[in-house]
Design a protein around this ligand. Structure first.
Ligand SMILES: *[C@@H]1O[C@H](CO)[C@@H](O)[C@H](O)[C@H]1NC(C)=O
Ligand SMILES: *[C@@H]1O[C@H](CO)[C@@H](O)[C@H](O)[C@H]1NC(C)=O
Ligand SMILES: *[C@@H]1O[C@H](CO)[C@@H](O)[C@H](O)[C@H]1NC(C)=O
Ligand SMILES: *[C@@H]1O[C@H](CO)[C@@H](O)[C@H](O)[C@H]1NC(C)=O
Ligand SMILES: *[C@@H]1O[C@H](CO)[C@@H](O)[C@H](O)[C@H]1NC(C)=O
Length: 354
């Protein structure tokens, strides 16, 4: 009873304050949202991975930086949740490094569907604790953040797991992934979610690991900064996702879904690095071998001296400096204008949906 009392008081405070100020943020995704804290499998499979996508700090990724702008404390990971009111009221992070949109064939990493199941568990708990009406209100004023896809391209497509490359063309593969994402957004909508942020895939073809692999297989340094062939695959996904979000926004009553095009944001930094204050747009700050990409970041001591001069932190993840530029742009529309559509994220907080 005591607990329920606390929840109700908290929820009522939220009903008065959530619109316009700190709205809870629920985060789903891969290593673009998780520093490796939220997975049961991670330490075993670290050889080719971004072991430390976060520079030893748990607040350097895009959703962390956005939460800060939203006036929220750090969003705790789902696996650490202790079901206290505090935790629920700022939101939860279900994200897990290496999570894919497709269901994995083995138990080596998480998927979108597994994270969705955890979301629905949380919602059931909220309904039990708060009663249906307050829980509905809490959910429909919360923001859900989805950031997936990179690891589907890395694991399944680039490494041709299960012969996926013979089965699908790039466009078919993008279509399958986007359908899953749309399905997830519809499921969230059916569970009363009304505010969502969906992040596109970064320019994977420009990441140190992909450059390294390209280099190894081509056997020559052709002076490239990006593998266009890979970027084109990612662009098909981003474009299709963007279009579907436009459709969902016009089809579903009262929904507000923002698409953030981090691909275009990072490409601007890579094509004009000095303008944005970078000296190196090609090599990872933390890693070994050419492009810092033969072996990924295993400890922060391996890192270069000035991470902020690099676009890339490790094999597949940008530095805090890049994430900060993305966060500013996603939030306010500056300095990278129009990165989030149809409006910047701060407007999602200030618009009322009822
Ligand atoms: C790392 O990647 C290489 C080539 O992509 C592969 O041969 C190797 O099995 C991978 N190692 C692990 C531990 O996944
Ligand atoms: C639950 O987590 C919150 C936030 O991390 C913390 O402040 C609180 O002390 C924890 N409560 C218990 C009972 O562990
Ligand atoms: C949010 O939920 C509350 C409580 O059920 C409801 O009164 C309100 O109309 C809902 N708003 C939207 C936009 O669905
Ligand atoms: C992908 O895997 C399939 C079956 O394992 C194989 O036949 C095909 O040649 C591979 N494609 C590439 C481009 O490696
Ligand atoms: C890691 O981040 C902290 C602050 O977030 C910064 O002071 C430090 O220089 C960073 N280290 C590296 C190697 O990037």
């Amino acid at each position: 009873m005591m607990n329920r009392g606390i929840y109700v008081v908290g929820a009522l405070m939220c009903m008065m304050n959530c619109v316009g100020s700190a709205q809870p943020l629920f985060v789903l995704g891969d290593s673009s949202v998780d520093c490796g804290e939220n997975t049961l499998f991670y330490p075993i499979f670290h050889h080719n991975l971004s072991l430390l996508p976060c520079n030893g700090s748990d607040s350097s990724l895009l959703p962390h930086l956005l939460a800060e702008k939203m006036g929220l404390p750090n969003i705790p990971p789902f696996y650490s949740q202790n079901r206290s009111m505090q935790v629920f009221f700022s939101g939860l992070n279900y994200g897990s490094a290496q999570a894919t949109i497709m269901n994995p064939s083995g138990q080596i990493h998480q998927s979108l569907n597994q994270q969705l199941r955890q979301v629905f568990e949380t919602m059931q708990l909220l309904q039990l604790q708060l009663g249906e009406e307050i829980a509905d209100y809490f959910i429909n004023s919360s923001i859900f953040y989805l950031s997936f896809g990179k690891d589907d391209y890395i694991d399944l497509f680039l490494h041709n797991s299960s012969g996926v490359m013979v089965k699908y063309t790039g466009q078919e593969f993008a279509g399958i992934l986007v359908n899953q994402m749309v399905h997830a957004m519809r499921n969230l909508y059916d569970a009363n979610v009304r505010k969502m942020i969906c992040i596109g895939i970064l320019p994977l073809g420009c990441t140190p690991r992909v450059m390294w692999e390209w280099h190894n297989s081509a056997g020559v340094d052709d002076g490239r900064v990006c593998v266009e062939e890979i970027n084109e695959l990612v662009l098909e996904y981003n474009t299709m996702l963007d279009e579907h979000i436009v459709e969902l926004n016009s089809e579903l009553p009262d929904v507000q879904i923002i698409f953030c095009d981090v691909y275009q944001g990072i490409i601007k930094m890579i094509t004009n690095p000095t303008y944005y204050g970078f000296e190196d747009a090609k090599s990872a700050c933390c890693g070994i071998g050419s492009f810092g990409a033969r072996i990924g970041c295993l400890s922060v001591e391996m890192a270069c001296e000035q991470a902020s001069a690099h676009v890339w932190w490790d094999l597949y993840n940008p530095t805090l400096t890049v994430n900060s530029l993305l966060a500013d742009s996603a939030w306010s529309g500056q300095p990278l204008y129009g990165m989030c559509r149809p409006f910047p994220i701060q407007d999602l907080l200030h618009t009322s949906i009822s």
